[in-house]
Design a protein around this ligand. Sequence first.
Ligand code: Z5A
Length: 221
Amino acid sequence: MCSGVLPDAMSAGKFITFEGGEGAGKSTQISRVAEKIEQAGISVFTTREPGGSPGAETIRRLLLDPVKNWDVPTEALLHFAARADHYTTRIAPALREGKWVLCDRFADSTRAYQGYGLGLNLEAIEMLYDISLGDFKPDLTLIFDLPVETGMERMRARGDSPDRYEQMDKDFHGRLRKGFLDIAAREPDRCQIIDALQDMDAVTIAIVACLSERLGVRLSV
Ligand code: Z5A
């Protein structure tokens, strides 16, 4: 099934998603890479999920509430409702303007968290994807991979109060890691695994090399 949502949105810019488990370093690298892409003369729009548009940010507050316990199908519906609004009002317009959109999490997070992590049927998730986004998909997905303990340690060191997902146990985070690696193995043309255990500069260099190889852009390191 395909809803045929805004097929022309794919025509101009590039849509790059950053995915991975907790504390993988996505946000850190998005700001570094955005700066380098801008320096190359390309206009960039950085955004995140859940959220990224006023409507989706409202839904984000519901989703990350540490005391609310959504059932898993409802949670997946909320993620896709937020994503549909984010796509329509922010991502698609930016792509039409020729911008490179760097998005901190996207649909692979629903596959990993609600699917692999919380047990929702992966086919059901693909149906929601079709309804919300049709044929639209990222030009490139960077999957930040690191051992679960390291990610959890980084989050503990940051000292913020944990959201609903950060409160989950080690087994849950292990299933997430497997989920992201399965996704990368299934779609190698779209996905690149990034070794997130390296120091920050080494991770940036790996991303710059990947953007050069896969999207043909030359960035200074
Ligand atoms: N979620 C979902 O369930 N389903 C969905 O469909 C979507 C999301 C879209 C959103 O959380 C939550 O929603 C998320 C999944 C769920 N679960 N959680 N939690 P969020 O938006 O609040 O946060 P996040 O996306 O999970 O980001 P994060 O894990 O908090 O961090 P990060 O962006 O990957 O990493 P960071 O902030 O750049 O770095 C974390 C710390 O590590 C920080 O102190 C850095 O200084 C440090 N760091 C970064 N890189 C390194 C290196 N290379 N070495 C050492 N230390 C480093």
